[in-house]
Design a protein around this ligand. Structure first.
Ligand SMILES: CC/C=C/CC(=O)SCCNC(=O)CCNC(=O)[C@H](O)C(C)(C)COP(=O)(O)OP(=O)(O)OC[C@H]1O[C@@H](n2cnc3c(N)ncnc32)[C@H](O)[C@@H]1OP(=O)(O)O
Length: 723
């Protein structure tokens, strides 16, 4: 796993552990052996460590963290000490990325050079730990405290130019990295090594440490609310300036061990692999990412220039994919084009794009007022409002207008893809591409296959998701798919809690303390109370009943209409300055609890004869989350989602479920399925008029086992395959 090559008087140690040269046990062994062998060879005058393939090194092998038997000697710190104590200069030659333990390997070396396109960073914090092989003690000795605290606590990667500026690199190379490393090595042969050993030098700005720490701590607490690891990162860097090198390193080891065993790190490591597993789609017929080729998509159409259509068009043109935006009303079309231009201006302002890049995006965007203009595109995404008949009409027309190979996608957030596909003669080429609002910001794309969608169509939209930078998950069609179907239960319970004793701010506060970025009522104000109202009206209309603020039940199902009362008062949320909260026009980001809303809720309860009482935070969490969890198990049982990881990724990226709590399925696995099932049964008995409390069969089966079944085996219990 480490190739040992002698090249004239140099020993080249090439890490060879595809795909990303993680520091697995054999790599660590190989590095130690290589350094020892080179030192024992009188012909060798210097040593170069390099990575084979596309990357220098991605750091420790994260899979080993959950398998303590794999963390065998030599551990990374002792590998590092062998490197640092080498009597011959060791130069790390970085291309691609040097991350985490990979950057630590470089910091053990006496010299570091990198290609100008290389990036370095300590992403450990993103998996809930800290750079535990002396990274927090070594980096400040090169870059100073403030920069080290920021880089380590944020997990951000920096480019070679910046790394050079902050003293991390000794040279940025423009040529072949190996050749440049060999030239560099020849120049440093014979130079004294002691001043190059970071363990032997001091932190220059150590006297400022307390002031630097306090500033960084205040920022971190605000930015990474609820997360433990960023704070530990700062503490460990602080130690580097307050203690001897060895003591600070020992303390770093204690801190990483504590973090590694904690819930947040276990959840974040799970999230790392869950996100990657989402792209590995598989259909029940056996077709999968491994055996199905996507079609080429070189041109697209987007139908509807409203908020969703414009946002989707931005995603496509930003990735260099030409778009024809179709809107039959010319004024609406013009407004849509202006919205798109405005969104891109925002990116230019934030320096995420240059004015030249914006101009290029606008060049590949064309407007049209007729579907006929889509005759030649490879793929169309329909993004009109949520109405099945309208969508069926559009798809029938597209089927006539578009070339036979065109894929027809719907941005529906709830409707059955089969019902849309049956309006065409190409149901195999019809698929759901459900973007989350705002589409140009939210990273999630929920792709939805129907009973006739072909594997090639699925492969194509999954690949499209990757091209436009989305985290893309594949699910099967059903009402609301995975995201909205399971989230609806969460929202419904939040509304019922209002009728039973809570105010919006109580529920938001508890769920934010749990880790949600925003509570459900703040989210509702952001997305618009009118939007929720319209959806509820459509659903009621389709089911043939009239929904009023007096309605409490339909078809034996409990309904809450408090939000509809706010709609009728013109309180649509942030856009009208009032919703579940009130907003000062000069500070729309700060929701203020409103006694008028409390009055509306109390009136509603009085009118409906509902008794109110104090509801403890634990019940708020259980009611909202377990209702969703139960539905998630149903989704798994019906194979709407193929694996629990897909559901968790949808919740993380679609509904800001805290990554450090894993997702509803991971959370349930940690609470224990027996306990979850017990509570679901308890609430089912208490609330017989909410079908989302009817316990899922799969949850019941899993909970009935005497030992907890690991998440990776839940699938095996679907369809009665295991009892
Ligand atoms: C005591 C010592 C402590 C040390 C601390 C550490 O070093 S912790 C590890 C710190 N490093 C990281 O967190 C890096 C994580 N990896 C990445 O950011 C990216 O994978 C990448 C290296 C930038 C490459 O990105 P790319 O998009 O090209 O590929 P993928 O992300 O899809 O990864 C390819 C497969 O490699 C697996 N993988 C990546 N990094 C690691 C790792 N450090 N350990 C184990 N496995 C890793 C990844 O899961 C992919 O495999 P799949 O089978 O497809 O899941």
């Amino acid at each position: 796993m480490v190739d040992y090559i002698i090249d004239q008087n140099l020993a080249i140690l090439a890490v060879n552990n595809p795909p990303v040269n993680a520091l697995s046990h054999h790599v660590r062994e190989g590095l130690v052996e290589g350094i020892k062998k080179a030192n024992a060879n009188d012909q060798v005058t210097a040593i170069v460590i390099i990575g084979k393939g596309k990357i220098f090194c991605s750091g420790a092998d994260i899979r080993e963290f959950s398998n303590h038997a794999a963390i065998k000697d030599p551990v990374l710190t002792s590998v590092g000490h062998t490197i640092e104590n080498s009597g011959k200069p060791v130069i790390s030659a970085i291309h691609g990325n040097a991350l985490g333990g990979g950057l630590e390997v470089a910091l053990f070396c006496h010299y570091r050079i990198a290609s100008e396109s290389a990036r370095v960073g300590f992403p450990e914090v993103l998996i809930g730990i800290l750079p535990g092989a002396e990274g927090t003690v070594r980096l400040p000795r090169l870059s100073g405290l403030s920069f080290a605290m920021d880089m380590i606590a944020s997990g951000k990667q920096i480019n070679a130019k910046d790394a050079f500026k902050h003293g991390i690199l000794d040279k940025v190379c423009t040529g072949n990295i190996l050749e440049e490393a060999k030239d560099f090595a020849k120049k440093v042969i014979g130079q004294p090594l002691d001043s190059r050993r970071l363990s032997r030098i001091n932190v220059e700005d150590a006297s400022n440490v307390d002031a630097v720490f306090e500033v960084a701590l205040a920022q971190v607490k605000k930015k990474y609310k609820g997360q433990i690891a960023p704070i530990y990162c700062l503490k460990s860097v602080r130690n580097s300036a307050k203690m001897s090198f060895d003591k600070a390193a020992a303390e770093e080891r204690r801190l990483i061990t504590e973090l590694m065993l904690g819930y947040q790190s276990i959840a974040l490591r799970y999230s790392f692999f869950a996100e990657r597993s989402a792209s590995k789609w598989r259909l029940p017929c056996g077709a999968s990412v491994n055996n199905t080729k996507p079609s080429k998509i070189e041109s697209t159409g987007v139908i509807g220039a409203g908020t969703m259509g414009s946002g989707i068009a931005v995603c496509l043109i930003r990735a260099g994919i030409p778009v024809i935006l179709v809107e039959k009303d010319p004024k609406m079309l013009e407004k849509g084009m202006e919205t798109i231009s405005g969104i891109l201006d925002g990116s230019v302002k934030l320096k995420r794009m240059t004015p030249g890049q914006k101009a290029k995006c606008m060049e590949i965007l064309k407007g049209a007022t007729s579907l006929d203009k889509l005759s030649n595109v490879d793929l169309v995404i329909e993004a009109v409002y949520e109405n099945l008949e309208l969508k069926r009409q559009i798809f029938a027309q597209l089927d006539k207008v578009c070339k036979p190979s065109t894929l027809l996608c719907s941005n529906t957030s709830t409707l059955d893809i089969d019902k849309i596909a049956s309006a065409t003669n190409r149901p195999d080429k019809v698929v759901g591409t459900h973007f989350f609002a705002p589409a140009f910001i939210m990273r999630l794309l929920e792709n939805v296959y129907g009973s006739k969608t072909s594997p090639t169509t699925v492969a194509t939209v999954m690949e499209l998701g990757r091209r436009i930078g989305k985290v893309t998950v594949l699910v099967k069609t059903c009402y609301g798919f995975v995201g909205n179907r399971t989230h609806q239960c969460f929202g419904a319970e939040a509304s019922f809690l209002l009728e039973e004793g809570c105010l919006p701010q109580d529920i938001d506060q508890v769920l934010e303390e749990f880790g949600m970025a925003m509570g459900p009522f703040k989210v509702s104000d952001l997305s618009g109370i009118d939007v929720g109202w319209r959806i509820r009206q459509e659903v009621a209309k389709a089911a043939g009943f009239k929904l009023t603020t007096e309605t409490r039940y339909h078809n034996g199902e409990r309904i809450s209409t408090v939000g509809d009362s706010l709609f009728e008062m013109g309180r649509y949320g942030i856009k009208t300055g009032k919703g579940w909260y009130k907003y000062d026009p000069t500070n729309l980001r700060k929701p203020v609890p409103d006694s008028d809303v409390a009055d509306v809720i109390l009136d509603h309860c009085a009118k409906m004869g509902l008794q109110r009482c104090k509801i403890p935070p634990q019940e708020i969490i259980e009611r909202c989350l377990f209702a969703a969890v139960n539905e998630c198990f149903r989704v798994l049982e019906e194979r709407v989602a193929e694996k629990p990881e897909d559901i968790d990724v949808i919740w993380q990226y679609g509904f800001s479920f805290p990554r450090y709590a894993g997702g509803p399925m991971f959370y349930a696995s940690q609470v224990g399925l027996k306990r979850v099932y017990e509570r679901v049964c308890f609430y089912h008995e208490k609330f017989p008029y909410s079908s989302h409390w009817i316990p899922s069969d799969l949850l019941r089966k899993l909970a009935s086992h005497s030992v907890e079944i690991p998440m990776s085996q839940w699938k095996e219990f679907v369809n009665g395959s295991k009892l």
